[in-house]
Write a protein that binds this ligand. Structure first.
Ligand SMILES: Cc1cc2nc3c(=O)[nH]c(=O)nc-3n(C[C@H](O)[C@H](O)[C@H](O)COP(=O)(O)OP(=O)(O)OC[C@H]3O[C@@H](n4cnc5c(N)ncnc54)[C@H](O)[C@@H]3O)c2cc1C
Length: 384
């Protein structure tokens, strides 16, 4: 069976636990989904796509403000059957990030003159800054601002909303450890939007708070090119601060399983970092166990706010430049996972500086060297 966004598998949530300290200013959750009997398989480094659901309370409020009964049946263009407007808004359509098509339609069809002028002046403004600010209104926020009581055709509303897109999460486990489980690590997104309202990330909040243990989550596997070397004996260097450590937990589990079966595995080196050691050292016990068993040869840590001067993974990389260069020169694979910017850029710059200062490469030789590493899949990134 092939699963995708039109035909997702419903995996039951087996386990969920916050894995950073309560005092941390972030909230990071470890979840386990049951994929037994799905026929799905995955490799370390693959992603899981989650089809999230919108917040139920928000959907109920929208319907209330629009005076629409939750059970009214509507057509959703990409579904084969009619469903209730409540399900459409909760499970299939995006109610936070509204399209230009939506705003134009909303401006043309409403009778509320204050709202019409707001949309024309702000949302359709030629000033990109003003437009970006105004477009941060969600459906509920705009209805609340102008008091609701709009006469809206449910089918028309549904046709103007974007599809709720799946979110990707790096897989934190190895199928060799348990092929029926998929582990993920979710950083729960929460922020104040441009109009000053608290906004929760749809998928991360759904996974952290909106689904109960034992309940189904619609998922499918997305194969990635972010993969361990074909030979388990190759050495690997992994850079994964914060939730970037996720796929590397899978890599280490995989190598532990290979070793437990009596096979040789190469050396591995992890650079992990976050704000504070006491609250943000994700998978601390497991990583120290991997270090103790020799699966993890080196573990270098950078907790940026534990001292006066900020220390990041790229600083640790630079400190260990001689040994790192020796690993890379001898064929090690390099992996980077986590924030695309600035982390992945700073880390790449640190590696390039090592090539120039320790390897004595010119700038051109360094570019050529990294190009060949990338071409040979010896330099891989999973950044977002
Ligand atoms: C290949 C890949 C792998 C990934 N792996 C992981 C992983 O292992 N773990 C993980 O936690 N995430 C991972 N992500 C990110 C994940 O897919 C989601 O994007 C993330 O969880 C947020 O989704 P959400 O639905 O909760 O937030 P959304 O509802 O999509 O909201 C996020 C959006 O809110 C806005 N926003 C967020 N913060 C702010 C702010 N401070 N100010 C203003 N606007 C803001 C931005 O527009 C942002 O795009 C990965 C992404 C990719 C592409």
């Amino acid at each position: 069976m092939i699963y995708n966004r039109d035909n997702p598998f419903t995996a039951h949530l087996k386990f969920r636990k916050r894995i950073n300290g309560q005092e941390s200013d972030k909230n990071v959750q470890h979840l386990i989904l049951d994929i037994g009997n799905s026929g799905m398989s995955y490799e370390c480094g693959d992603w899981i796509a989650i089809l999230p659901k919108n917040n139920e309370k928000e959907v109920t409020e929208i319907l209330c403000l629009l005076g629409l009964a939750p059970e009214m049946q509507v057509n959703v263009s990409f579904l084969n059957e009619k469903i209730s407007i409540f399900s459409a808004l909760k499970e299939y359509l995006c109610i936070t990030n509204l399209s230009d098509q939506f705003w134009k339609w909303f401006a043309e069809t409403r009778t509320n003159s204050d709202m019409n002028s707001f949309i024309i002046d702000k949302i359709l403004s030629p000033d990109p800054e003003c437009q970006a600010w105004a477009k941060s209104y969600s459906l509920l926020e705009i209805l609340k601002k102008f008091g609701g009581h709009f006469k809206i055709e449910p089918d028309e509303l549904v046709s103007k909303l974007r599809r709720l897109m799946p979110r990707l999460y790096s897989i934190a486990s190895s199928p060799l450890a348990d092929r029926d489980e998929v582990h993920i690590v979710v950083g729960v997104v929460s922020y104040t939007n441009a109009i000053g309202n608290r906004r929760n990330g749809i998928a991360s909040h759904y996974l952290a708070h909106g689904v109960h243990i034992g309940e189904g989550v619609r998922i499918f596997i997305v194969n990635s090119m972010f993969a361990l070397p074909t030979s388990a004996e190759s050495n690997i260097i992994m850079v994964g601060p914060g939730t970037g450590v996720t796929p590397f937990r899978g890599f280490l589990q995989e190598r532990q399983c290979i070793k437990n079966r009596g096979n040789k595995v190469g050396k591995s080196w992890l650079f992990f970092g976050d704000r504070h050691c006491a609250t943000d050292f994700l998978f601390r016990e497991e990583l120290l166990t991997f270090k103790g068993s020799g699966i993890l040869t080196n573990l270098d840590l950078a907790f940026s706010r534990d001292q006066g001067n900020k220390i990041y993974v790229q600083d640790r990389i630079w400190e260990r430049r001689e040994e790192l260069w020796s690993w890379i020169s001898n064929g090690a694979y390099v992996y980077i996972c986590g924030n695309a910017s600035p982390m992945a850029i700073d880390v790449e710059n640190a590696f390039k500086r090592i090539a120039m200062e320790v390897g004595n490469f010119t700038e051109d030789q360094t570019s050529e060297f990294f190009k060949s590493l990338k071409d040979n899949r010896r330099y891989q990134k999973d950044v977002y």
